[in-house]
Design a protein around this ligand. Structure first.
Ligand code: ZN
Length: 253
């Protein structure tokens, strides 16, 4: 059984038996993989505190051919992202990124998405407080895009009609982007006023300045993105982290 040594990020971790853990890892060279860390819950385990959610490290996996669960023999942690756990808005966005990666990354290697996720977690941890919300939106759109699901905003997603670059925009999460006036007729599309359209364009462009979103606009963008993910990647799966991020229950009165 080959030993695979690869950069990895801990996406999820669950208890397995009295002493062991199963972790889901995004790996750079081998896609998303599951590994059992035997003895990880023992007080003097060699894993120590290495298997924290969203930590970066180098995973040593003994890969069992044609099996879904491999043996994790070591995880040399290189970065523990404590800053993400300290504030719920950072944590909610980060766990949504992890959830999207976990559910939707193809089983084959996807180094671009891995690099993007790793960079995204660093940015979220370092973002000034006032920019966490918009940063999270931009990073989630970027990850969704790197997995092959960028929304179309310049031309109608149904018939390719070029769209007037000014004014409001009909956006259909179901169709995967903007609709021309003819296609939008009678459809349950979201009408983005010019300012919200401009904010969405800026969120999708990593080189544009981050838009300043008030609570109402931020909530609308979270709903839009969440719906987009559900339609294009969700396939009916429960996405609890995304739902938590979208609803921000911790801010409810
Ligand atoms: Zn159209």
């Amino acid at each position: 059984m080959p030993l695979v040594i690869t950069p990895a990020i801990v996406l999820a971790s669950l208890r397995y038996s009295e002493t062991s853990k199963i972790v889901r890892l995004a790996t750079r060279e081998h896609g998303v993989q599951s590994g059992i860390a035997k003895g990880a819950l023992r007080p003097k385990s060699r894993f120590g505190a290495a298997l924290q959610l969203l930590s970066d490290g180098v995973a040593h996996l003994v890969v069992k051919e044609h099996r879904d669960l491999h043996l994790l023999t070591a995880f040399d942690v290189t970065r523990v992202r404590i800053g993400l756990a300290e504030r719920l808005d950072r944590y909610a966005a980060a766990s949504s990124l992890a959830e999207v990666m976990l559910r939707f990354a193809p089983p084959d290697p996807h180094p671009d998405s891995f690099d993007l996720l790793r960079h995204a977690l660093d940015l979220l941890e370092a973002a000034p407080e006032a920019e966490v919300e918009a940063t999270g939106l931009r990073l989630l759109w970027a990850l969704v895009g790197s997995l092959g699901f960028s929304p179309s905003l310049d031309t109608c997603v149904r018939d390719g009609t070029p769209l007037d670059p000014a004014g409001s925009l009909a956006f259909s999460a179901r169709d995967g982007g903007a609709l021309c006036a003819a296609c939008a007729r009678g459809q349950a599309a979201t009408l983005l006023p010019a300012d919200a359209r401009g904010d969405l364009v800026a969120l999708l462009d990593p080189d544009a300045p981050l838009p300043a979103l008030d609570d109402r606009h931020a909530a609308a963008h979270r709903r839009l993105l969440s719906r987009f993910i559900r339609f294009h990647l969700g396939e009916g799966a429960a996405l609890p982290a995304l739902e938590f991020w979208e609803r921000r229950p911790w801010t409810a009165a």
